[in-house]
Design a protein around this ligand. Structure first.
Ligand code: IMP
Length: 185
């Protein structure tokens, strides 16, 4: 089976390919736009994106949307994580968190998948804490300021170890389970 992965990020396609290889699913990179609605929920962004792509004639595809939700900031940057990273960046988040005791945060990843007329939306999470300074050279985005275990930042954890516990890794596991239970893979 072939599954179109709609994203601007070829790295994501590789990650998904590695996860789906065992199930004989071939991932095809489709680099195209879809409207990302302004809403507080990743699920709504994904739902609207799926409807638009389906209406435009795309079949057998998946899309995802993820973000970092900081509890003390009422969920910010959340669905605006890409924008937050481009504008205030990690230093900006650390500044907003100065003197804030509650460091809890959660990474979330929502994946939407459409195969034939079957529609699946799953959300994977990874709870953790916002550090007091950037740590580590690995990873990307908010990795240097997020720690899942209160010790090492995501940027200090080897990528395979990160994928095993990350929001995207957990969402992928949920998607694979759902595809299996519906007999689609
Ligand atoms: P997207 O789902 O790729 O659009 O992710 C939105 C934004 O969330 C990205 O630009 C990153 O800033 C941030 N983000 C998503 N996943 C991660 C992650 O695993 N580590 C660090 N930042 C992430």
């Amino acid at each position: 089976m072939k599954l179109n992965v709609v994203t601007h990020n070829p790295g994501k396609v590789k990650e998904y390919q590695a996860e789906f290889a065992d199930f004989g699913v071939e991932m095809v990179h489709v680099n195209r736009e879809y409207d990302e609605v302004q809403t507080a929920y990743l699920e709504e962004v994904v739902d609207k994106g799926m409807k638009e792509l389906y209406r435009d004639g795309l079949r057998d595809f998946m899309i995802d949307d993820s973000g970092l939700f900081v509890n003390a900031l009422k969920g910010f940057p959340g669905v605006y994580s890409a924008y937050g990273q481009k504008t205030i960046g990690n230093q900006g988040i650390l500044k907003l968190m100065e003197g804030v005791e509650d460091r809890t945060a959660v990474f979330k990843c929502c994946i939407g998948c459409m195969i034939g007329e079957e529609r699946i939306i799953v959300t994977g999470t990874c709870p953790g804490y916002i550090l007091f300074e950037e740590r580590g050279d690995g990873g990307f985005g908010y990795d240097p300021i997020f720690t899942p275990d209160g010790e090492r930042s995501f940027a200090e954890i080897p990528v395979e170890e990160k994928n095993a516990i990350s929001h995207r890794g957990n969402a992928t596991k949920l998607l694979i389970d759902e595809l299996k239970s519906r007999g689609l893979i």
